[in-house]
Design a protein around this ligand. Structure first.
Ligand code: DC
Length: 213
């Protein structure tokens, strides 16, 4: 069994690389960010204030999140098409700092990692979810490069983009993800650090593969 953990800030290329790597190795890919986004979508749809601990608990107790076949499911509904908006990004970053949210998803993700080979990407995979993963990578890039990548993705989807706003959103999300109390984003001591700022997608894949035997 091989488990590959890929962590890093928003826009560092984690999902692109994790997806390609999983395909090449013919193993599953789990996008844990999509799971946090699914919970955020539920909070938004139900108008729940995640700062209200009791209300948050009630929503979590009655919510089912799953990830398989490259898609995320919220209470049985595939929600891939609804989770990539700035509003969901914001609520996902804020609500993922709540211990109840993390405990629910981390337990699910740990269970996934016990059953099969996979590539899992997120913020706390190498440090918390798959601490015994065979391979760990921390992907990074300058905030300017990450904002440009995110802006291109959004433009490709027909969204109007203000690059300065995208950069400010990314910087504030990074800060919150790195400074939260529970399982903050940080490089695992045994993770390989890869700066993707000046590398193409195939070049990053080559770097990652050079470590995998
Ligand atoms: O990777 P992403 O941008 O789709 O993740 C959305 C948010 O979910 C991110 O701002 C922080 C949170 N997240 C987390 O706390 N832990 C993870 N393993 C993955 C994502």
């Amino acid at each position: 069994m091989i488990r590959i953990a890929i962590d890093g800030p928003a826009g560092a290329g984690k999902s692109t690389m994790a997806k390609l790597l999983a395909k090449e190795l013919n193993i599953d890919y789990i996008d844990t960010g999509a799971m946090y986004r699914a919970i955020a979508l539920k909070l938004l749809r139900s108008g729940t204030d995640y700062e209200d601990a009791e209300a948050l608990r009630a929503v979590l107790d009655s919510t089912d999140v799953d990830y398989y076949g490259g898609s995320v499911y919220l209470d049985g509904e595939c929600v891939d098409g609804f989770i990539r908006t700035p509003e969901v990004s914001e609520v996902a970053s804020a609500s993922s700092a709540k211990l109840d949210v993390r405990e629910k998803l981390v337990a699910l993700q740990k269970a996934m990692g016990q059953k099969r080979s996979l590539v899992m990407d997120g913020r706390d995979i190498g440090t918390n979810v798959l601490t015994d993963a065979e391979y760990k990578f921390y992907l990074d890039a300058s905030v300017g490069v990450r904002a440009r990548r995110r802006a291109l993705e959004m433009e490709a989807k027909g969204q109007t983009v203000d690059i300065a706003e995208v950069e400010a959103d990314i910087a504030s999300r990074d800060w919150r993800d790195m400074h939260r109390e529970h399982n903050p984003l940080k490089q695992a001591e045994d993770a390989v650090y890869v700066d993707t700022s000046d590398l193409s997608i195939p070049e990053v894949i080559d770097v990652l593969k050079s470590y995998i035997h």
